[in-house]
Design a protein around this ligand. Structure first.
Ligand code: ATP
Length: 373
């Protein structure tokens, strides 16, 4: 198996890219820690590929610098940077077998004895038995693993991945997400992965930068972004957020109290904008799977201290892992609730009057001046 390789951090300072009068990436400061699996996540056209290409040296930044480890590489061409890129199109050499595809980078550098390194690399991507095959004799996922092996053989400090799983079907994509994560853990170098798929970014990355309109809207660990989004874009891009318009009645002692839909809700001050004060407005969010439903007739059974609003079930659908409800409430028209283990529960049919309740800790507050995306 390959030894752990020394990684490198990536530091972008004031980096931007404009094409004529169009700004694809606004000045951006970003540090990718050494040895991390970092994802640039965003919808098509948000500037994530352009950012990746500036790290690779495939695109000249309009302003700013790129540092890899302690070296400023802004002026270096791609092949002089200690990085390599894996693209969605595997771009394997069709006439060479898998062994020679992986050996290619070593041979080009004039390395004489390549066998041990190529064997190790094929073992790393679990394709040792496929060395003699041609690319067209492999599945899409296997070909992508060859592309990863080929990119890693020259020991880059940073591996850049530009939608590498985009051409694979969903099942294979899921397998490859875990596979790439395993490979990254094993080689220990920095991976920067571009994707528009939030689930993919959340599954694989230690840190995710959510991009929108050429800017990073929020950066953090997947769970932190999901549980404490700071903008409506991030809240909605990473799942369903149930945003409720609310007025702040109190903000003290680490807790914010709001009124929404005629009732009071509490939430941690640390999950609200800094400037939250009594009299202000907030959009209060809670994820669908954090909410429980109780028929109004059993409202006494709702534990004390929960946030609660009343509502009426409009629709319910059983989708196997959960039952998904849409609930109309004075707090919001189409609140979504995902409940597990409730295949057929009496009192939770469409038309039923219910209490929606959840732990205040699972509530976040956003600046109400933002548009709801
Ligand atoms: P996708 O997932 O579709 O690849 P992306 O987030 O990676 O999207 P980029 O490829 O970085 O987006 O492009 C960002 C913006 O810059 C887009 O609006 C794109 O049209 C524009 N753009 C990219 N390259 C050029 C170019 N060479 N000339 C002009 N505009 C460009």
């Amino acid at each position: 198996m390959t030894d752990k390789q020394a990684g490198g951090d990536v530091r972008l300072s004031g980096i931007s890219k404009t094409y004529g009068s169009f700004t694809a990436v606004h000045p951006l400061d970003l540090t990718v820690p050494e040895g991390s699996f970092f994802a640039l996540l965003g919808a098509s056209g948000c500037g994530k590929t352009t950012t990746l290409r500036m790290i690779a040296g495939l695109e000249d930044p309009t302003t700013g610098t790129v540092r890899l480890g302690d070296k400023d590489v802004t002026a270096l061409p791609p092949h002089k940077r200690p990085v390599n890129t894996v693209f969605q199109s595997y771009a394997l050499f069709p006439h060479l077998n898998i062994y020679e595809n992986v050996a290619f980078g070593l041979r080009r550098r004039g390395v004489k004895s390549v066998k041990k390194q190529v064997d190790d690399m094929l073992e790393l991507v679990q394709l040792g038995d496929f060395a003699q095959r041609k690319p067209h004799q492999l599945s899409g996922g296997q070909q992508q693993r060859v592309a990863v092996a080929r990119a890693l053989i020259n020991h880059p400090q940073v591996l850049l991945l530009d939608e590498p799983l985009g051409a694979l079907d969903l099942k294979l994509r899921r397998q490859m997400q875990l596979e790439l994560k395993r490979i990254q853990t094993e080689v220990g170098i920095t991976f920067v992965h571009v994707t528009h798929d939030q689930e993919e970014a959340m599954t694989m990355a230690d840190t995710v930068a959510v991009m929108n309109g050429g800017r990073v809207e929020q950066l953090g660990a997947p769970a932190e972004l999901y549980e404490n989004p700071r903008t409506t874009f991030v809240a909605n891009f990473l799942g369903t957020s149930n945003l409720i318009e609310a007025e702040v009645v109190q903000s003290s002692g680490g807790e914010v109290v709001v009124t929404a839909g005629g009732g009071k809700l509490r939430l941690p001050a640390g999950r609200c904008p800094d400037a939250t004060t009594a009299g202000g407005r907030l959009l209060v969010g809670v994820r669908p799977e954090k909410i429980s439903l109780t028929p109004v007739a059993d409202a006494d059974a709702v534990p004390a201290g929960r946030n609660s609003v009343t509502g009426r079930i409009l629709d319910s659908s059983f989708i196997g892992v959960s039952t998904q409800y849409v609930v109309e409430s004075p707090a919001g028209k189409g609140l979504e609730v995902y409940a597990q283990n409730v295949e057929h529960r009496a009192g939770l049919e469409p038309g039923a009057e219910v209490v929606l309740h959840w732990n205040p800790e699972h509530t976040f507050g956003l600046d109400a001046a933002q548009a709801i995306d």
